[in-house]
Design a protein around this ligand. Structure first.
Ligand code: PLP
Length: 454
């Protein structure tokens, strides 16, 4: 059958990221063939709610015909052009203008790449270039957090703070210090209040700056809400404190909004949810609802000016990709943002937040659930071996994988990050959809209790 031949071909001829490859060769793929709204269908016709919106990214759902039409029309008109030297194209100009309009604070310019990783690599290079241009070649270090996810290329993978992305790849390969992950439930100490936890993290930030020397640190990068590391909202006051300390030490603040951007948290951008204003912002994923690969680095004038001045001096800003400002990707991005505004994704997330987060928290009593957490339309259930002590399972990820398999059987796709079950549905979900997601998650957890104790 088609299904068997596809599976066999996949098992024989592909290398899948982020999986146990030997297990994959034995078990084979889940082949998704078709999408409709918040749902996808596999090669056997089985229906799933895509509770992770693909990879936290298909805001518009899986059948938005307007995006297909725009891509088709743009391909007929001008399928490719670039933005090297002084060349440009209309969709990339219009999208840059649109992003400058909707992003908060002083972000005025866009640099386009194809992926979030390339965007964060670009940020590292821009920041280094700027420090050199300003005659401060020693101001190059980055600050990030453990459990952060900023991508997997050499530089962005170095900013990422997950052992699985460092170990065996000889990363970090750029100067970066990873600070404590701001997840109170897991990293708060015995008897420590959330406010004291925040103070401790801010004191750590100040201590690291003092130890390294502020004149050696170029930038602090963070996801407003840490997503791919396990969906961890920051404690109250954290971002205001980080922003204050960065400003006092002349350290650029970079918001990696690859997941939090475009309404996910109930505000247009994640930094607005937590009350800070970055100097640089990374955008991707929901920028096109992932119908086309696209990412953007947004920068403010004080980041741009030294870079521009130096390029005038040496003749060029020697960085850029073949697909920087790709007209089909940027045309799809523009249309996607028009849809986002018409459908009011941020408003939808704000309206559904109580129901979605309440649904997740209703599982907090489950014997395997250590914490139910999240903000807006993103959340996670962290499964533990012992609720009282928060002790993780001995073999990390085994119960999570089991949950994902049962979830698939129940028609719900979520992401098992180790033993953390992450949900991040398309932005077009309705109240009924949220109910259905929670119903399927509930059935999954009920079956998991039996399975995990066998
Ligand atoms: N930054 C964040 C916050 C992400 O979540 C991701 C991907 O999940 C990236 C960067 C990397 O993006 P990409 O996979 O497009 O390289």
């Amino acid at each position: 059958t088609l299904s068997n031949s596809l599976a066999a071909a996949d098992m024989a001829h592909t290398l899948h990221p982020n999986t146990n490859l030997r297990a994959h060769e034995a078990q084979g793929p889940m082949v998704i063939q078709r999408g409709e709204g918040i749902r996808v269908f596999d090669d056997k016709g089985k229906e799933y709610i895509e509770g992770l919106a693909g990879l936290w990214s298909v805001g518009a759902g899986f059948s938005q015909k307007r995006l297909a039409d725009v891509a088709y029309q743009q391909m007929l008109k001008l399928p490719y052009y670039h933005t090297f030297t002084h060349k440009s194209n209309e969709p990339s100009i219009r999208l840059a203008e649109k992003l400058a309009e909707i992003t908060p604070g002083p972000l005025t310019r866009a640099f386009f790449t194809s992926s979030g990783s390339e965007a964060n690599d670009t940020i590292v290079k821009m920041v280094w270039y700027r420090s050199n241009a300003m005659g401060r070649p020693e101001k190059k270090k980055f600050l990030a957090r453990t459990k952060a996810y900023h991508g997997i290329t050499i530089a962005s993978g170095s900013l990422t703070g997950l052992p699985v992305n460092h170990r065996d790849f000889d990363l970090p390969a750029i100067p970066v210090r990873h600070l404590t992950c701001p997840h109170y439930w897991r990293f708060g100490q015995e008897g420590e209040s959330e406010a004291v936890f925040t103070e401790r993290l801010l004191a750590e930030l100040e201590a690291v700056i003092a130890e390294e020397g502020a004149d050696t640190i170029a930038a602090f990068i963070g996801e407003p809400l840490m997503a791919a590391g396990g969906v961890m909202p920051p404690p109250a006051g954290y971002w205001e404190g980080v922003e204050r300390i960065c400003r006092a030490n002349d350290i650029l603040l970079v918001a990696d909004e690859v997941i939090c951007g475009f309404g996910r948290l109930g505000t247009p951008f994640g930094c607005q949810k937590y009350g800070f204003t970055p100097d640089i912002m990374t955008l991707s994923k929901q920028i096109t609802s992932s119908y086309m690969p696209l990412a953007a680095v947004m920068i403010s004038d004080h980041v741009y000016a030294p870079i521009a001045d130096n390029s005038a001096k040496v003749g060029v800003f020697g960085h850029g990709f073949t697909a920087s400002g790709h007209p089909v990707s940027t045309a799809v991005g523009l249309e996607n943002l028009a849809i986002m505004e018409e459908q009011d994704w941020a408003g939808n997330a704000a309206r559904l937040e109580a129901q979605f987060q309440g649904g997740l928290r209703s599982f907090a009593d489950h014997p395997l659930v250590g914490e139910a957490r999240g903000d807006g339309l993103i959340g996670a259930l962290e499964l533990v071996a012992d609720k009282a002590t928060k002790r993780p399972f001995e073999t990390v990820g085994a119960v999570g994988r089991m949950a994902a398999v049962i979830g698939h059987d129940e028609g719900l796709i979520f992401r098992a990050i180790g033993d953390q079950l992450a949900l991040c549905p398309p932005m077009i979900v309705t109240a009924d959809d949220v109910d259905e997601i929670m119903t399927r998650m509930g059935r999954t957890l009920a079956r998991l209790t039996d399975a995990a104790h066998k």
